[in-house]
Design a protein around this ligand. Structure first.
Ligand SMILES: Cc1cc2nc3c(=O)[nH]c(=O)nc-3n(C[C@H](O)[C@H](O)[C@H](O)COP(=O)(O)OP(=O)(O)OC[C@H]3O[C@@H](n4cnc5c(N)ncnc54)[C@H](O)[C@@H]3O)c2cc1C
Length: 454
């Protein structure tokens, strides 16, 4: 394919596709996107696909570079921390950051997608909806597309193809046929289902608005993220099989009984819960790792297509948007030397996307189980105290990932060192006031170098 290509073809107008397209048109490229779904601005989305996302620093940085962050202010709700709901409906609030500037932002996936597509189209990107990519000749760039209205196939000759087509990528499926293509996918034994908490009178939120609510129940959990219309988008994460599992929730009475005994305060404000439960599909969660991500300078995978992760660190799209930032920076540095840009992109990102994939799996245990443990909550308080005293050296793992753009691989490695340090410091104490500061000082200076924060 042409090394000086000026026309870029993206597959997938989900979240990464339109954002990347914006950056490419701004650099003078002509961009077209083929998307298999209908245009969600004209067709109602199917039930149960309205997931809210937690947008944080990496995503915000990419949106700021695209001049879009300001306009997002009207569709986000800052969440200052986790509100834990115990079995007897007691509430415990745990802030995410060291102060109120460290928040994550609840945003509707559909609203974000629409804003991105509108902006991309306004700057000249052409999006072809209901065009499913069904194959690609990786040597020539010949794309096979299927019109989803009538099933008719046609071909498009592309110069450069970037697969932004999500965790079940058709472009990646084609790359799987290449010799020595590395690929692994790992499904969790858990599924998820979306539910809704309706708004109260005058569109008021029925729970604290500026928090991510969690009902941690050991090996499963319910979460709720606020929407701007007063509702909450909830997700129930539950094992597929076993005692408390989706396989047991097959009828009205079983679902009602489960909610009544496990999350009674949530049930009390979800009048349509059972109907919702049966109307919405059950999703699966997968970690995908693969390499290489590119075929010479002609085809590249980006976002979930290259590295799908489970949702428990709230980083999937933040990581994908960071992909866009890095790719565009490389393009600025090297110009249209696509082979170089693509291979440096993979080199820069793979180590980090592998790290966030592992961190995301690890965080599931933290969210569904450990957040209810007083010792864990003490650890969190100690982390904040250490960060206040040593802001350049001790930055909690959650903060490195969420409030800074520290490479994920560095966050993973330093996080492991810090976790070991914390368990030593927390031994035998029940309050932050009892912390052995001398020991903390010694450990921190011996084990943690100053960190470059961005
Ligand atoms: C339950 C859940 C909760 C999540 N919560 C968060 C969160 O809080 N924070 C966060 O950052 N991330 C979160 N994520 C992850 C986030 O949703 C993904 O990382 C993100 O959507 C990936 O963007 P993408 O553009 O790569 O893929 P997608 O958003 O999946 O978009 C891919 C697009 O490609 C299209 N497509 C697919 N195949 C084809 C084809 N053959 N031809 C043409 N088009 C095609 C699809 O229709 C879709 O529009 C969550 C994910 C889940 C499942």
């Amino acid at each position: 394919m042409n090394q000086k290509a000026q026309r870029i073809t993206l597959i997938g107008a989900g979240l990464n596709g339109p954002l990347l397209a914006l950056g490419l048109v701004e650099r003078g490229y002509q961009v077209e996107i083929y998307e298999r779904r209908p245009d969600m601005r004209r067709v109602r989305m199917s039930a149960g696909r309205s997931i809210n996302l937690a947008l944080s620093t990496r995503g915000i940085h990419a949106l700021t570079l695209a001049n879009l962050w300001k306009q997002m202010q009207s569709i986000i709700i800052p969440m200052k921390g986790r509100m834990m709901h115990s079995l007897n409906s007691e509430l415990t609030f745990q802030p995410y950051g060291k102060d109120e500037s460290e928040v994550i932002n609840s945003i509707s996936r559909a609203e974000l997608n629409i804003a991105l597509m509108n902006a991309a189209e306004a700057r000249g990107v052409k999006i072809f909806f209901q065009h499913r990519c069904v194959g690609i000749d990786l040597k020539t760039g010949n794309l096979q597309l299927q019109d989803e209205n009538n099933g008719v196939h046609h071909a498009v000759q592309a110069e450069i193809v970037i697969g932004c087509d999500g965790s079940a990528s058709a472009i990646r499926n084609e790359m799987l046929k290449m010799p020595r293509f590395n690929f692994s996918q790992h499904y969790l034994d858990y599924g998820y289902k979306e539910l809704t908490i309706p708004s109260g009178p005058s569109d008021k939120h029925l729970l604290e608005r500026n928090a991510l609510h969690i009902w941690p129940r050991g090996n499963y959990m319910l979460i709720a993220l606020p929407n701007i219309d007063g509702t909450f988008a909830c997700i129930l994460f539950l094992p597929f099989e076993g005692p408390d599992s989706f396989e047991r929730l097959t009828n009205h009475a079983a679902v009602e009984q489960f909610f009544q005994t496990k999350v009674p305060d949530a049930l009390a404000i979800m009048p349509n819960m059972v109907d919702n439960f049966f109307a919405n599909p059950m999703g699966a969660m997968v970690t995908v790792k693969c390499s290489p991500w590119h075929v010479g300078g002609g085809t590249l995978l980006l976002g979930d297509a290259a590295h799908a992760i489970v949702p428990f660190f709230g980083q999937g799209i933040n990581c994908g948007f960071e992909d866009c930032t890095v790719l565009l920076e490389l393009l600025d540095r090297h110009g249209a030397d696509w082979t170089r840009v693509f291979s440096e992109f993979e080199l820069a990102r793979k180590i980090n996307t592998d790290a966030i994939a592992d961190l995301a799996v690890e965080n599931f245990v933290e969210m569904r189980d450990r957040v209810a443990d007083p010792q864990f909550l003490l650890g969190k308080k100690i982390e904040i105290a250490l960060e206040k005293k040593y802001p350049q050296r001790f930055v909690p793992k959650y903060a490195m990932v969420t409030f800074h753009r520290v490479p994920y691989s560095v966050a993973l490695q330093r996080g492991q060192v810090q976790d070991a340090m914390l368990s030593e410091l927390c031994q035998g104490i029940g309050r932050v006031e009892d912390l052995d500061w001398e020991l903390a000082d010694r450990l921190i200076h011996a084990k943690l170098t100053p960190l470059e924060l961005s």
